[in-house]
Design a protein around this ligand. Structure first.
Ligand code: AR6
Length: 176
């Protein structure tokens, strides 16, 4: 199995353009679309995605569900619902970790080799970016150490600050 440092990469891209097996959507509990990356994914995937999402009957915070990718280059979309930041008093750290873990578990079940995550909860849901980056990277690294699939995980950032936080978190893991 390749080293964690070769399997986990931070990239600054628009997630909808990535040719990976699966992209992860930072959705809300209705799974019926919204703003931010959720809106971009629904626009790029086309109406088939919303139709399939309607049949899923929502998703709880910290959980994940999978659909096809429709018009996206990605074959699959894994929808997960991050926690809304409430000053860290409502178990947000554990719920965010669960988003990454459940998404990766689904990826394994569907034999997904390459997967791209946005920085879940760090936009509209206001989770502090540095703290979220640390949770994302440690949860993903733990999963990769224990599992051969997915082979490759991309952490996608949309702005410079998020990129810096994710890169620093990855460096912290690799040093250990
Ligand atoms: N590619 C990659 N990253 C992106 C993209 C993109 N195209 N667009 C935004 N980001 P957010 P949340 C980054 O607000 O905080 C929605 O309305 C963005 O810069 O999309 O989990 C849902 O329906 C930020 O770093 O998701 C929910 O109601 C990160 O993606 C709610 O927002 C997440 O920002 C979820 O809020």
């Amino acid at each position: 199995m390749a080293r964690i440092s070769d399997r986990l990469t931070v990239i600054q891209e628009d997630i909808v353009e990535l040719k990976v097996d699966a992209i992860v959507n930072a959705a809300n509990s209705t799974l019926l679309g919204g703003g931010g990356v959720d809106d971009s994914i629904h626009r790029a995937a086309g109406p088939g995605l919303l139709e399939e999402c309607k049949g899923l009957k929502g998703c709880a915070t910290g959980e994940a569900k999978i659909t096809k990718g429709y018009c996206l280059p990605a074959k699959w979309v894994i929808h997960t619902v991050g926690p809304i930041w409430q000053r860290g008093q409502k178990g947000e750290d554990g719920l965010l970790a669960s988003c990454y873990r459940e998404s990766l578990e689904l990826a394994g079940e569907y034999a997904i080799k390459t997967i791209a995550f946005p920085a879940i909860s760090t936009g509209a849901y206001n989770f502090p970016s540095e703290r979220a980056a640390g949770i994302a990277v440690s949860e993903i690294a733990k999963f990769l150490q224990e599992n051969g699939l997915p082979e490759k995980v991309f952490l996608v950032c949309f702005n410079k600050e998020t990129c810096r936080h994710l890169q620093e978190a990855v460096l912290g893991i690799i040093k250990v």
